[in-house]
Design a protein around this ligand. Structure first.
Ligand code: MF3
Ligand code: CO
Ligand code: CO
Length: 271
């Protein structure tokens, strides 16, 4: 199918009442190659963090590593100055759900669970991914939260089928979280990514099968479930306007991939 035929097909679905992605967010082969490269560097930056993260370092140290490693690859940290965000990376510890701001005063200690979320711009293209790290040893419950959250992401990815629906993805994620007694955060979601940081569509981590945006080959988006131990509620720090905490003070975990959809398979562009 060429782009004109694809556009006609999407117009047809739209007329039938389906939610469809805008053509500008259906990437060309060339664009996907660019996003793949940005995603590859983004993963290298996360590798660099994973080799260094340990008890006793500050979350500012992680910010320094991300800035340094990204610059070494001639790339740019997308978070810096994004809507006023003050640092190069998000580092979210324990009850921080997402958007934790690195600080010299925040020292990692044994038992902490830490999400590091990197977004890299290379040659104008974006890759976005996050991983969980355990400092020393943590509780079995924290370990299980981290494991189940990763499984939620993998199951969400398996539910991505061309000409399926994003609701299938959210459904798979929510089912697995709730089966395990955990709660999906509803205030944040995945997103189209690649030529901008946050593109349409919004990728819900809960939903009903057969609903939501149509999944179309050429789409690139993130899946990035945030899963809370007991309650889904989130509150944003009044002090910095960014840091999202669980309302109940219990831990939260998150993993994120950037993926591309093709006619016959999905590809992970950054993990
Ligand atoms: N990387 C985050 C995401 O996955 C967004 C962070 S926005 C920032 O979408 F400004 F906090 F960096
Ligand atoms: Co993202
Ligand atoms: Co991210």
């Amino acid at each position: 199918m060429n782009r004109d035929e694809l556009k006609a097909k999407l117009d047809y679905y739209k007329a039938l009442g389906y939610k469809v992605p805008q053509m500008k967010y259906i990437k060309t082969e060339e664009q996907i190659a660019g996003i793949r490269e940005a995603g590859r560097i983004n993963s290298l930056v996360l590798d660099y963090v994973s080799e260094r993260i340990r008890e006793g370092i500050s979350t500012q140290d992680i910010d320094d590593w991300v800035a340094e490693c990204t610059a070494r690859h001639n790339a740019i940290c997308a978070p810096l100055n994004y809507e006023g965000y003050p640092k190069h990376v998000c580092v979210s510890v324990n009850d921080v759900v997402c958007h934790g701001i690195p600080s010299k005063r925040k020292i990692l200690k044994a038992g902490d669970i830490v999400n590091v979320d990197c977004t890299t711009i290379y040659n104008g293209y974006y890759g976005d991914a996050s991983r969980m790290f355990v400092i020393g040893e943590t509780s079995p419950e924290n370990e299980r939260l981290i494991r189940v959250t990763k499984q939620c992401l993998e199951l969400g990815l398996e539910a991505v089928k061309p000409w399926g629906f994003l609701g299938d993805v959210g459904y798979a994620i929510e089912q697995h979280a709730s089966r395990n007694g955990f709660k999906v955060v509803r205030d944040y979601g995945g997103h189209g990514v690649g030529i901008e940081f946050h593109e349409d569509p919004f990728v819900f981590h809960y939903g009903k099968k057969g609903t939501g945006c149509l999944i179309v080959p050429g789409m690139t988006f993130t899946i990035e479930p945030m899963i809370n131990m007991k309650k889904s509620g989130v509150r944003i720090s009044a002090l910095d306007g960014w840091t999202a905490y669980t309302k109940d003070g219990l831990p939260s975990a998150q993993w994120e991939y950037t993926i591309a959809v093709f006619e016959d398979h999905n590809e992970i562009l950054s993990k």
